[in-house]
Each structure stands twice: as C-alpha cells, then as structure tokens.
Design a protein around this ligand. Structure first.
Ligand SMILES: [Zn+2]
Length: 140
C-alpha cells in the first residue's frame, strides 16, 4: 500500500496506516487513479483496434484462400468434364466413321447388284430379241 501513496502524501497520511486520510491526499489519489484509468483505457482501445485490424486482415486472407480453393475445385471439375466430353467425342466420331464406311460398302454392293441386274436384263432381252429374230427367220 505504501507504494500507492506516491510522493504527494502529506505528513499526516504518511504517518497513518491508511492509503490516504485527508481530503487533499484522497483527491490527489483520485486524480492519479483517473489518469491511470484513462491511460489504461486508451491502451485497451489501441490494443482492441490492433486486434480488430489483425482479425480483418486474417478474415480477408481466409476469404481469399476459400475463394481460391473453390475456384481450383471448379477448374478441376471443368477439366474432368472436358476430358469426359473429349472421350465421348472420340467415341461418337468413331461411330460416325464406322457408319460412313458401312454406308459406302452398302452403296458399293447396291451399285454392283444394280449393274448385275441391269446387265442380266439386257442380256436376257437381247437373247429374247435374237430368239424372236431367229423364230421369225424360221417362220420366213
Ligand atoms: Zn494527506
């Protein structure tokens, strides 16, 4: 308690067992107490401001990190989708090429069949004509 008295205590208060007992010393102690209180309050406010600034900075960093993680995930999903679509495109392209080649083969065999039928019809018709001529010649 003696250290709290400071140098402003009067002889009366110095001699007593109390922190202060006269009005002047009590007022002086109150003034010191208020000054210390104001100083501590301003220290508290500045510490709170520093903590708030650090929290805000940390929150911004966290937000950026979360945003980056989310975008990285989006990019990975899009890449997977692209790879899947590329695979499907290759399969579809192969199917189209297969169909095209089947169609070409069918067209070629149809053409061959058409030519065969046409030539056969022509040959039959010529044979019939020749037979007809021969018949007519026989009759003549
Ligand atoms: Zn005093």
């Amino acid at each position: 308690m003696a250290s709290r008295r400071g140098s402003s205590s009067c002889a009366l208060c110095e001699g007593s067992n109390l922190p202060s007992c006269c009005t002047a010393c009590v007022n002086a102690r109150l003034v010191e107490y208020h000054a210390r209180l104001r100083m501590m309050r301003s220290l508290r406010d500045s510490l709170q401001a520093r903590i708030a600034a650090r929290l805000e900075a940390k929150s911004e960093v966290d937000e950026q990190r979360i945003w980056r993680v989310s975008k990285t995930q989006d990019i990975m999903e899009l890449r997977d989708r692209l790879t899947e679509l590329k695979g499907k495109t290759v399969i579809e392209k192969t199917k189209v090429q297969q169909s095209s080649s089947d169609l070409k083969a069918q067209t070629a065999s149809l053409n061959l069949a058409y030519v065969t039928v046409y030539m056969g019809t022509r040959a039959t018709s010529e044979t019939v004509n020749q037979n007809h001529k021969i018949g007519r010649m026989v009759y003549l």
